[in-house]
Design a protein around this ligand. Structure first.
Ligand code: 3H9
Length: 687
């Protein structure tokens, strides 16, 4: 029939099989092939049609690479109406992940069966879109309004068993899917079962107040995003309009989303995330080292969180601490975290106990003799780290990977403390390490290719998003944070308040304003780092004097109940503190700064363009492989709004020239030391 859609007849059943690797996306040839196969089945002798997929999954959605290009017929929505109008029953047979347009295709069939480990979902919202081929109209008819809103606004897939409970799947099958689907199709034929159209089902009863409830909740959860609100409008339309009218509403709002900069940003992130996992120049078939056991040095918050990341996927961990007391403390933090997870319903008691049992503790480095990977997660003392690596070198087996979780230190120097620098790498987790998805994988000068490849693959196994970084102070993420925080602090001393800076950045989309981030991370962290540097290397004193004063007063941030803000000891809610504004005013006067009103727009531009300019240098120096890698770091590690696509995408979207001109303006106003445009920015702006 076609290269990607095959149609055969097996007895009295027509079998349409889609074979479009890797994920059977609904590219134009697939849509055409499906159309032709359904047509053919209408006029042959078959009595029912099974729709099934080859390879690892049922259709995983529309072909995202076609988005942004002119639409070519048959359009998916029309195709699915055509499938639904088939005079012979169509049975979808699902394995793997039926997502987006894939699930919509299954819903346009008249009956659905799935293997038990299949998953279904409508993840369009994660691409800044909504299901545009009837999903918002058919799901509420089959599963009810609330389930539809949950499924479509979250974008999270659900297991086949849940989809069965909800009425999205009719039958869970054991054994061979094709055989089972064929047998069921024959049964349906024998029973005289007619085509059963989802579009003709009545919507189960619901409370009309539900829509405003979702609108308000999504206003908070997905602040500023268009698609989630449009999804609510579409599902509401399903309850107030005919099916065809509802489809028209869906189509209009789908295209509005598709054309929005938000969806362009989120689609960019989809591909950037997959690209970031790839290392240029590293052969795909680089052999991987086997990682079946892990040692972690340091049982603090970081070490404990890292241990949980491995235990959560079944990899046993040995946690090393300097003495029994520190070890007991470390293990109890892990224990508490698991208990909290159970309490919040994140995992079952049984699963928590299983994971917890995989984390063992010791005070003896000799217990690391056989582990495949060691991650050092002690505090940022370069000498201590070197001592630890020299020790690991003497106890670990040949071929073990030795990793440091340092946030700033020179991984080349740490590697040089061993006789096997090729086995040394940086694995920079983000706090809380058991939750945050980002993992910066730091390739040192001598890191072996197979060590790098193993760590990139391992990251996926522990459900992290890996991004490779070269060695520099702070790697990709924290290095860029330097100029970002500098500008935040300068805005304070020049005239803004902590609240104004944070509110401006949060309104723009950052998950948390930079001043609150400083309080959360601990003001002492930067203070100690600065104290370790000669004064000439600490940067512009106006950008850290207030922090130094707060640190010396013992106002270290959230952990001491006060920093730039005051914190409620119970709720940890922050409140403005006039005393801090007084300190800022006093220090400004000492520098001879006349404080002025700073517009929010200037705050946003200074902070974001400082990120962009540093990001450009990071690309130039080859620290990051590509701009998209930086975007992934910022979205997954620093609360950058997904709907803006990361700092580098944002700069491209609004225009490099505009960014460049503003940077020049800042250079003229605030000095060339902070604001010399990166040569790459200049090049892109003037190209
Ligand atoms: C939609 O359906 C809109 C409709 O409602 C309406 C339309 C009118 N298209 O993730 P992986 C590529 S919106 C094109 O590494 P895994 C991916 O880039 C769509 N390409 O594998 C990668 O390429 P490469 C709704 C796609 O096993 C390769 O496949 N659907 C698509 O870890 C392997 O991907 C979604 O949003 C696609 N739809 O995970 C589902 N999907 O090798 C998006 C994947 O060159 N997909 N590729 O880097 C996924 O969530 C995961 O890919 C999946 C497999 C779970 C399926």
């Amino acid at each position: 029939m076609s290269e990607v859609v095959n149609y055969t007849v097996d007895g009295n059943i027509g079998v349409i099989s889609v074979d479009n690797p890797p994920v059977n996306a609904l590219s134009q040839p697939v849509r055409q092939g499906l159309h032709d196969a359904i047509s053919a089945a209408q006029s042959d002798a078959c009595q029912a049609i099974v729709l099934i997929c080859a390879g690892r999954t049922f259709i995983a959605g529309a072909d995202i690479t076609e988005f942004g290009k002119p639409a070519v017929e048959p359009l998916l929505s029309d195709l699915l109406n055509f499938i639904e109008s088939s005079g012979k029953p169509v049975i979808a047979a699902i394995h793997g992940t039926a997502l987006g347009g894939g699930l919509e295709t299954a819903l346009s069939a008249h009956y659905r069966c799935a293997v038990a480990n299949a998953k279904v979902g409508l993840p369009e919202v994660k691409l800044g879109l909504l299901p545009g081929a009837g999903g918002t109209q058919r799901v509420p008819r089959l599963a009810g309004v609330q389930a539809a809103l949950d499924l479509i606004t979250s974008g999270d897939p659900i297991p086949a068993s849940r989809a069965h409970e909800l009425g999205l799947i009719d039958k869970i099958v054991d054994g061979d899917l094709r055989e089972e689907a064929l047998a069921w199709a024959r049964e349906l034929v024998e029973q005289g079962a007619a085509p059963r159209k989802s579009s003709e089902q009545a919507i189960p009863e619901f409370d009309p107040a539900i829509f405003d409830g979702y609108r308000a909740a999504l206003e908070k959860r997905a602040r500023g995003q268009i698609a989630p609100q449009h999804i609510v409008a579409c599902v509401e339309a399903a309850t107030t309009h005919s099916f065809d009218e509802g489809l028209a509403v869906e189509a209009r709002l789908f295209w509005e989303c598709m054309k929005s900069p938000q969806s362009a940003a989120m689609r960019h992130l989809f591909f950037a995330e997959r690209q970031a996992a790839k290392i240029d120049g590293l052969p795909k078939d680089t052999p991987l080292r086997s990682i079946e056991s892990v040692g972690i040095i340091g049982g603090g918050t970081m070490g404990g969180g890292i241990a949980m990341s491995f235990a959560n996927v079944g990899i046993p961990v040995t946690l090393i601490e300097i003495d029994g007391e520190a070890l007991a403390r470390g293990l109890s933090i892990v224990e508490k975290n698991y208990a909290a997870g159970v309490k919040r319903g994140k995992l079952s008691e049984e699963k928590a106990a299983k994971c917890r049992a995989l984390i063992d503790g010791s005070t003896d480095y000799a217990t690391l003799a056989d582990v495949d990977l060691v991650i050092e997660a002690v505090f940022e003392d370069p000498e201590l780290k070197k001592t630890i690596f020299a020790r690991l070198d003497s106890v670990c087996k040949p071929g073990a990977i030795l990793a440091t979780n340092t946030s700033y230190q020179d991984v080349n120097q740490i590697a040089a403390a061993t006789e096997r620098p090729e086995d040394v790498i940086g694995l920079h987790f983000f706090s809380p390490a058991n939750i945050m998805k980002l993992l910066e994988v730091v390739r040192a000068e001598k890191t072996a290719d197979d060590v790098l490849a193993t760590c990139m693959a391992l990251a996926k196994r522990i459900r992290k998003v890996p991004v490779m970084s070269g060695v520099c102070y702070g790697f990709i993420g924290n290095r860029m944070l330097g100029p970002y925080f500098r500008e935040a602090q300068l805005c304070l001393i020049e005239g803004a308040t902590p609240e104004q800076v944070d509110t401006a950045m949060e309104a723009w989309g950052m998950a948390m304003g930079p001043v609150r981030v400083a309080d959360l991370a601990g003001i002492d962290v930067g203070y100690k780092a600065r104290q370790a540097l000669p004064e000439s290397e600490r940067g512009d004193p106006r950008s850290y004097r207030v922090s130094d004063v707060l640190a010396e007063m013992g106002r270290l941030g959230q952990k001491t109940g006060s920093g730039f803000y005051r914190y409620d000891p119970e709720t940890r809610k922050h409140a403005n503190d006039p005393a801090v504004v007084e300190i800022i005013e006093r220090e400004a006067a000492a520098f001879g700064i006349e404080r002025r009103a700073i517009p929010d727009e200037e705050i946003v531009d200074r902070l974001i363009y400082a990120l962009v300019n540093e990001g450009m240098r990071i690309i130039e120096e080859g620290i990051a492989q590509r701009p998209g890698d930086i975007d992934i770091v910022y979205v997954y590690g620093y609360g950058f709004p997904v709907a803006r696509g990361g700092p580098m995408h944002y700069a491209e979207a609004i225009g490099h020239q505009r960014v460049y001109e503003r940077v020049l303006e800042f250079r003229d106003r605030y000095g060339a030391e902070a604001w010399t445009p990166a040569p790459l920015l200049e090049k892109l702006a003037t190209a």
